[in-house]
Write a protein that binds this ligand. Structure first.
Ligand code: 13P
Length: 333
């Protein structure tokens, strides 16, 4: 298969109406924090046990088309000795891999950029041999009176585009994740303006780097009020603002947009996604989810690191995945 056919078959398997992508790619630092909040010890084995719980959930493929894994998980096996990417493949779920190497400060600003471009092509080839068919790179933008700066927007957009071009050259579908952070006191309108500026710049850079829009997944944040804003926008306002912003910035050639949950509660994220389909039933792109916390939080809290809780935690996880599958069709009630 040449690279284009590879990209095509991967995107066709991921951009499916009624299905989303599970982000289970927390770095060791991030999963340590999530486990610590529930007093679950964080070791290579507890991380493996937890990922096994998620990935062996019966019927997961009915709601989930792909799973983003962390590098450690890509190389781990189930207790029956099947590698996690192989297990997913057997269940018709596409394995993906987080490839960025986290945030660093952007000199001259109080802002961040994302590292991981050096040696990326070689890493992608190795991940591909382990079974990964798509990748993820996250950039963040904080809203304050002074940020995001023009420099931060341009630099992060450029890096996202370079990453995406390298992925496609290696037959890997890139998830492009420009996250406008929910932290802060900003209004819905401020979030709208920042999101519009960021996505506008990202698509300009994707064009410059000749990224084929037909073979990307956009993973944006929803347009919401800041977490500490005194006036909180409702689902309808969030849905309308998000759809208007996306229609202004994302070309129709993009096959699928899969939101991150970004610190919304699981229920808020589901209801907001559902509301978008109700305000605009016909959209140029598939509009779905690629949540981490909004899919996993109730399940992790039910598991608590204990073998005897695995079955109930899997039931809760599947319920969460199915609720979001319904929301991605505007059918959550
Ligand atoms: P959340 O849904 O928890 O925001 O995570 C999505 C993600 O993949 C962050 O990179």
């Amino acid at each position: 298969m040449n690279d284009m056919n590879e990209l095509k078959s991967t995107i066709n398997a991921l951009a499916v109406a009624g299905k989303g992508i599970l982000a289970a790619d927390e770095s060791i630092g991030t999963i340590s924090k999530r486990f610590a909040a529930l007093h679950i010890p964080c070791t290579e084995e507890t991380r493996r046990n937890y990922r096994e719980l998620l990935l062996t959930t019966p019927d997961l493929e009915k709601a989930i088309a792909g799973v983003i894994l962390f590098e450690e998980t890509l190389g781990q096996k189930t207790s029956k000795g099947i590698s996690f990417p192989e297990l997913l493949k057997q269940n018709q779920i596409i394995p993906g891999i987080k490839v960025d190497k986290g945030l660093v400060s952007l000199p001259g600003t109080d802002e961040k950029s994302t590292q991981g471009l050096d040696g990326l092509a070689e890493r992608l080839q190795a991940y591909k041999k382990q079974g990964a068919r798509f990748a993820k790179w996250r950039a963040v933008f904080a809203i304050t009176d002074k940020t995001p700066s023009r420099l931060a927007i341009q630099t992060n957009a450029e890096d996202l585009a370079r990453y995406a071009a390298i992925c496609q050259a290696n037959g890997i579908v890139p998830i492009i994740e420009p996250e406008v952070l929910i932290d802060g006191t900003h209004t819905l309108e401020q979030c709208f303006n920042v999101s519009e500026a960021v996505l506008n710049c990202v698509f300009h850079k994707l064009y410059k780097h000749q990224v084929l829009l037909e073979y990307i997944i956009l993973k944006p944040s929803m347009v919401t009020s800041g977490k500490d804003c005194t006036v909180q926008a409702n689902h309808q306002a969030i849905a309308e603002a998000t759809i208007t912003m996306l229609k202004r910035t994302v070309p129709a050639a993009v096959p699928t947009i899969n939101f991150l949950s970004g610190g919304q509660t699981p229920l808020e994220a589901t209801q907001n996604l559902n509301a978008m389909h109700q305000v605009q039933p016909s959209l140029p792109w598939n509009l779905s989810f690629s949540f981490a916390r909004a899919l996993q939080e109730p399940c992790m809290a039910a598991w608590l690191g204990k073998g005897e809780n695995v079955r109930i935690a899997q039931e809760i996880f599947l319920k969460q995945a199915k609720m979001n599958s319904f929301a991605s069709l505007g059918k959550y009630v």
